[in-house]
Design a protein around this ligand. Structure first.
Ligand code: SF4
Ligand code: SF4
Length: 338
C-alpha cells in the first residue's frame, strides 16, 4: 500500500491504564457499541493469556499499569473472569481497577450477591454497570438496578458506578418501544455527545447525526488519541487498540512479542505506518488521498472526525488493505440489531 506520511515521530506516552477484553461476545448488540460486539462474535481470552498480558502491561510502564476487565460482556464467561481475578491476586498483580458489565446476568439477588462477594474477595476495586437507552434494548433496566443496589451493599456505594446514573434513575426498557420510537430516542441521546462514533455507533447512528463537511474536519490531528493516550484496550490474541479508537491496531502482543516490544515498535515507527502515520499527523482527512485512490467517495456530511475515520477504515478493511493496522476484522462488521 502507498505510504503517505512523511512526518517525524513524536514521543509516545507509556500505557498506564488498560482494559483487558475478556471476550468480544455479548448478549447485546447495542447501536452505540464502538467495538461492534454481538451474540455471534466469539473471540475469547484464556486465563493464562489474560495473566500474561496483565503482567506484561504492569511491567512495561515505569509506574505500572491499572487494569480493568471488560468486553464484550465479561460476565458471559464468569468462570474465566473470576479465575483471572483470583489468580492475579495469588500472583500479587496490581488489583483490577474495575469490572464492567451490562448486568444481563443479574436476574436475581442471590446470584448477584454471590458474584459480587467473589469479586470483592478477589480484590476488584470497583464495579461499573452500563445503563443507557441502547443497553436497555437488550437488558431489562431492573437487572441493572438490582446489580447496582446489591453491589453497593456488598462493596459500598463509593466503589460502584452506573454509566449513566441519570438514565439508571429515570430510564426504561427500550426493547418495548417500536423501532421508530426507539431510534428517535437513540438519536436524541446521541446528540449529547456521550457516545464514541466508532464501530457500530458510527455505522448505525453517525449518518443520522451528520452535519459537518469533510472540509470542516480538516486539520484535526489524532496524535493525542493515538500516541499520547495513556489508555489502551487489549483483546484476545493480544491485539492492542488505543483508548477508544477501536479498529486501529497499534500492536499485537502474542506469544512472540511482548507488550513492551509492541510499545517500543510503535514509538520507533509510528510516523511511517500507512494508516496510523497520516491519522496522527492530520486526522482522517490525512487518509483521504489513499482512500480515494482505492475507490472511496466521501459522503457530503459526517457526524464528526471519528465517523469519517471509521468510514474510510471500513472501506480499506473491506478491500483487505490496512495490513496489520486495521482489525480485528469483526470490528468492521457492524450489523445492527433489528
Ligand atoms: S456496548 Fe452493548 S454490545 Fe457493546 S459490549 Fe457493551 S453491552 Fe455489549
Ligand atoms: S478520528 Fe480515528 S484515530 Fe482519530 S480519534 Fe477518531 S477514531 Fe481515533
Amino acid at each position: 500500500m502507498q505510504r503517505l506520511n512523511r512526518g517525524e515521530p513524536m514521543a509516545v506516552k507509556t500505557w498506564s491504564s488498560a482494559g483487558l477484553i475478556v471476550t468480544t461476545w455479548c448478549n447485546a448488540q447495542c447501536a452505540s457499541c464502538y467495538l461492534s460486539c454481538r451474540p455471534d462474535r466469539r473471540e475469547d481470552m484464556t486465563v493464562n493469556e489474560g495473566l500474561r498480558l496483565w503482567r506484561q502491561l504492569d511491567e512495561a510502564s515505569p509506574h505500572g499499569c491499572r487494569i480493568h476487565l471488560t468486553g464484550g460482556e465479561p460476565f458471559g464467561r464468569w468462570d474465566v473472569l473470576i479465575d483471572l481475578c483470583r489468580r492475579a491476586a495469588d500472583e500479587r498483580l496490581r488489583p483490577p481497577q474495575n469490572v464492567e458489565t451490562n448486568a444481563f446476568w443479574a436476574t436475581g439477588e442471590a446470584v448477584v450477591r454471590e458474584r459480587l462477594i467473589a469479586l470483592d474477595r478477589a480484590g476488584v476495586e470497583s464495579f461499573v454497570v452500563s445503563a443507557d437507552p441502547y443497553h436497555q434494548q437488550f437488558v431489562p433496566i431492573a437487572n441493572a438496578r438490582l446489580a447496582v443496589r446489591v453491589a453497593e451493599d456488598v462493596m459500598g456505594s463509593d466503589r460502584v458506578r452506573a454509566r449513566w446514573a441519570d438514565w439508571l434513575a429515570d430510564g426504561r426498557d427500550t426493547g418495548e418501544l417500536d423501532d421508530a420510537g426507539r431510534f428517535e430516542l437513540f438519536l436524541r441521546y446521541a446528540q449529547d455527545g456521550r457516545d464514541r462514533m466508532n464501530g457500530r455507533a458510527a455505522a448505525a447512528l453517525g449518518p443520522h447525526l451528520a452535519d459537518k463537511t469533510v472540509a470542516q474536519l480538516a486539520d484535526r490531528p489524532c496524535r493525542e488519541a493515538l500516541l499520547r493516550n495513556k489508555q489502551i484496550h487489549v483483546g484476545p490474541g493480544g491485539w492492542i487498540v488505543p483508548g477508544t479508537c477501536a479498529g486501529i491496531l497499534v500492536g499485537r502482543a502474542d506469544e512472540r512479542t511482548s507488550i513492551a516490544e509492541c510499545w517500543q515498535r510503535l514509538a520507533d515507527d509510528h510516523a511511517a505506518r500507512p494508516i496510523l502515520g497520516p491519522l496522527a499527523e492530520a486526522g482522517p482527512v490525512g487518509l483521504l488521498p489513499l482512500a480515494e485512490t482505492e475507490g472511496f467517495t466521501p459522503a457530503d456530511h459526517y457526524a464528526g472526525k471519528c465517523h469519517l475515520c471509521f468510514a474510510i477504515r471500513t472501506h480499506l478493511s473491506a478491500r483487505g488493505l490496512g495490513g496489520d493496522e486495521l482489525g480485528p476484522a469483526a470490528c468492521y462488521d457492524t450489523v445492527a440489531a433489528t
